[in-house]
Design a protein around this ligand. Structure first.
Ligand code: PHE
Length: 356
């Protein structure tokens, strides 16, 4: 090597020049703090290129040492400062972006989360339950897919009774079940039998649930509807107890000034039987469109448990007597709120359902 070599020709100096160019490009090209850190490690890290260069200085011949050492240290000083400046700039930009992304516009209207409510049918069932629980009743349930025995036979319903016909009752396909006595219960009365089979008197039970009949939907019929069954069995239960119980129920449900009347009727499983009316909730008994001018609205069927039914469950008919009743939940909802068509209850139109 000659003493008149220019700086650029000196390999040490050339490498410094090269590193500086690379460092400038890396700094300018770094789009994030992470990029910049990568560049720093490449140059100034423990195995960095500039670090290696600085470590190599001590092995250079004395005449190079001074020049290369000085330039390398200048490059290092410049680079450290440049890294810091560029780092600050990038951090500021990143923070800005972060703040912009997290910005909360307090002037925006709140997000509306609509609350669900209980369906009117469920609400009425709970209301009925509350009234009877208040009189000491407990709540029982039974299957919707029933056996002929519970739905008809043990309820003293003769095999020739018209309600057993295919026109009135949904039977479960015999080819699927392997038997011909499986059906969708046509009322909640089978729960009476199931409760009596499982317990001994005294018993005071209500049983809410779905029932199914082969009806074409119209303003007052639906092939699926809800009933609440009631059953009380004890020593010395009389028709007077039934009347008092239902009167109390009607007044709690429809208002304290309601009158209740019993009309003779027939059910196979009660004797005597009655259909029970409440004075019209709309006109108070004067006669209007809703009560068809009679002043009365039919709300349920009821009667004293037929001794034949006690025979099916092995109750002592000399010792015990009881009453039973069954009410249509949709009908009660319609009467209470003046709903003109049962189908509103099953259409799932929120404009209707949200009113309750
Ligand atoms: N199960 C009868 C019906 O669905 C109602 C009823 C229940 C009548 C209990 C008397 C006693 O029509």
């Amino acid at each position: 090597m000659t003493s008149d070599e220019t700086r650029g020709d000196d390999p040490g100096m050339r490498e410094i020049e090269l590193l500086r160019e690379e460092a400038e490009a890396a700094l300018a090209g770094a789009g994030s703090s992470a990029d910049l850190e990568e560049a720093r490690v490449n140059l100034l890290g423990r195995k960095g290129r500039l670090t290696a260069l600085l470590q190599g200085i001590k092995d250079l011949p004395p005449d190079k040492k001074r020049m290369v050492g000085m330039q390398a240290n200048l490059l290092k000083d410049w680079l450290e400062k440049a890294l810091e400046e560029r780092g600050e700039e990038l951090r500021r930009r990143e923070l800005d972006a972060e703040l912009r992304a997290e910005k909360v516009d307090v002037t925006l209207p709140g997000r509306h989360l609509p609350f669900g409510t209980r369906h009117l049918v469920s609400a009425i069932i709970e209301e009925i339950e509350d009234i009877f629980i208040g009189m000491g009743y407990r709540v029982a349930e039974g299957p919707e897919v029933e056996l002929d025995y519970y739905n008809f036979e043990a309820l003293n319903t003769p095999h020739w009774h018209p309600s057993k016909s295919l026109q009135d009752t949904f039977y479960v396909d015999a080819s699927a079940s392997g038997r011909e006595d499986v059906l969708l219960r046509t009322h909640t009365s089978p729960v009476q039998i199931r409760v009596m089979e499982a317990t001994t008197p005294p018993l005071y039970v209500i049983a809410p649930g779905k029932a199914y009949r082969h009806d074409v939907p119209d303003a007052t019929h639906s092939p699926m509807f809800h009933q609440v069954e009631g059953l009380a069995v004890d020593e010395g239960i009389t028709l007077g107890d039934l009347k008092g119980t239902l009167e109390h129920f009607a007044r709690r449900m429809f208002g304290e000034d309601r009158a209740v009347r019993f009309r003779p009727h027939f059910f196979p499983f009660t004797e005597p039987s009655a259909e029970v009316d409440v004075s019209c909730v709309i006109c108070g008994g004067e006669g209007c469109r809703v009560c068809k001018g009679t002043g009365w609205l039919e709300i349920l069927g009821a009667g004293m448990v037929d001794p034949n039914v006690f025979g099916y469950v092995g109750y002592d008919t000399e010792k015990f007597s009881g009453f039973a009743f069954g009410m249509g939940v949709e009908r009660i909802a319609m009467l209470k709120y003046g709903i003109p068509d049962i189908r509103y209850l099953f259409d799932n139109d929120l404009r209707f359902l949200a009113q309750f």
